[in-house]
Design a protein around this ligand. Structure first.
Ligand code: CS2
Length: 456
């Protein structure tokens, strides 16, 4: 029996379910990049907001390229279960917020039509760091931002709204970039300037791009997870998602129009997300990436195993306490010490199965906001950052191919670099004054020598 509208009433009694009338809800949200993270996070908040009486926020999911999620969810009428797992057990909820999934590469006109639909108020995004098509200096990479990019769909959808005399939209970036809303606004403006300069003023006036800090650890669902979930709910759920009990969503309260009452179900709506976002990127994600590269090179596979190795746990702790936290000006009531302790406990969740290899993906897109900005801030304050330097050495080994095939949009470039240059040359090309990341942080002579020595 496969999960769907026809079978949802026959699920095992322990499965919690939404209670609102799904058919009566208009789709107020188009979400681009409907992977596991969105389904465990924003869709879960929205589902509970509709459960508390908020109306018309059903989500139309969009995958830019891959038909995988559409194949999982459409035969299930958009339904899937979310399992919260910890050492104490598992809690499962049936989520009704997702209406269905469009695949942009297959039906581009349908995606544009949804963005342009009068009931659409919000377009949100989890397209990962690389989906923003940024060059290393943060500007729009016009080669990458082509017809299949998020900007092309947004540009066409916004143009259609304008032609129809409809209002603008709130564009909500839910990706792990510093100042994600402002970056999206800047990149979208740059794209419009090139492709539809007439629309740029309208976009800047009618649309808003609030910044967000999003947090929930969501491992890629493994085949064994699907089997366990199916056994627990009494139906096959190809769209099953597994996550941790913890979740946080801090949202800049600056929308172009109506929005769900997410604050009624645990989100924080605040005037500025900066302190939360910086702490999350530099502490949680910074430690995650360090554990990934340092752990993989020691043959460790999972995050909970990595923090079980005393030397790795100590490095993650020091990175957060001595290197990241001193660079953050906390918001009032934000306790970075407590945050660090909670993060180590979350990393240790033995029921999650979060692979280090998943975190190690796309490092070229992640390390600027996770490590390099911390390095730059510490340099300015005259502090050293030995753990991040060790993590950079581990990342350099990783992109050399030491841990196996490299999953990164710049993988070929890294392979060529390592094939043609020695360690010093590679470091200069990446972190030298004119280097790829040189605008954010440049390695000094002492740091280069340290990195060369540890690369052996
Ligand atoms: C992780 C994040 O894969 C990664 O790079 O660091 O996905 C992390 O699990 C989330 O940001 C947690 O909110």
């Amino acid at each position: 029996m496969r999960l769907s509208r026809a079978t949802q009433d026959r699920l095992a009694p322990g499965v919690q379910s939404y209670g609102y009338d799904r058919d009566a809800q208009a789709s107020g949200i188009v979400h681009i990049g409907i992977g596991a993270f969105h389904r465990a996070h924003q869709a879960w908040y929205t589902d509970r907001a509709m459960d508390s009486g908020d109306r018309d926020w059903a989500i139309t999911g969009v995958s830019l390229r891959s038909p995988g999620v559409a194949a999982q969810l459409n035969p299930q009428d958009g339904l899937y279960t979310l399992s919260e797992r910890s050492a104490d057990g598992t809690r499962i909820r049936l989520i009704g917020a997702v209406r269905g999934v469009l695949v942009a590469s297959e039906t581009p006109a349908a995606v544009v039509e949804r963005i342009a639909a009068p009931e659409t108020r919000i377009v949100s995004f989890t397209i990962t760091e690389k989906g923003y098509c940024r060059a290393a200096d943060g500007s729009l990479d016009t080669d990458l931002a082509g017809d299949g990019s998020v900007y092309a769909f947004l540009g066409a959808g916004l143009a259609a709204r304008r032609r129809a005399g409809l209002g603008g939209l709130s564009l909500l970036s839910c990706d792990n970039l510093a100042d994600n809303g402002r970056q999206l606004a800047r990149l979208m403006s740059a794209w419009l300037e090139r492709h539809d300069p007439d629309l740029r003023g309208w976009f800047e006036h009618e649309c808003a791009c609030p910044s967000t800090m999003i947090d929930r650890i969501v491992p890629a669902t493994a085949p064994a997870d699907r089997i366990a979930v199916s056994a627990a709910i009494g139906a096959t759920d190809e769209g099953a998602i597994v996550t941790e009990p913890f979740s946080q969503w801090v949202i800049e309260d600056r929308f172009a129009g109506p929005r769900p009452r997410w604050e009624g179900v645990g989100a924080q709506l605040v005037p500025s997300v900066e302190a939360y976002e910086t702490a999350k990127l530099r502490m949680l994600n910074g430690a995650h990436s360090a554990l990934a590269y340092l752990g993989l090179q020691q043959g460790v596979a999972y995050v909970h195993e990595a923090v079980g190795v005393p030397a790795l746990r100590d490095m993650a702790d020091r990175l957060m306490r001595d290197e990241a936290a001193p660079t953050i000006a906390p918001a009032s009531g934000q306790d970075l010490d407590a945050y660090r302790h909670d993060l180590l406990a979350r990393f240790g969740n033995p029921a999650l199965g979060h692979r280090l290899a998943q975190i190690a993906m796309d490092g070229s897109q992640k390390i600027p906001q996770r490590w390099l900005e911390t390095l730059a801030a510490n340099r300015a304050a005259g502090r050293r950052s030995p753990v991040i330097l060790a993590a950079i050495a581990a990342w350099l080994r990783h992109v050399r191919g030491d841990n196996g095939p490299v999953d990164d949009p710049l993988a070929e470039r890294f392979a060529e670099l390592w094939a043609t240059q020695d360690a010093r040359g590679v470091i200069q090309t990446l972190f030298g004054a004119q280097g790829m990341f040189g605008a954010i942080w440049q390695a000094g002579e002492g740091e280069i020598a340290e990195l060369v020595a540890s690369l052996g």
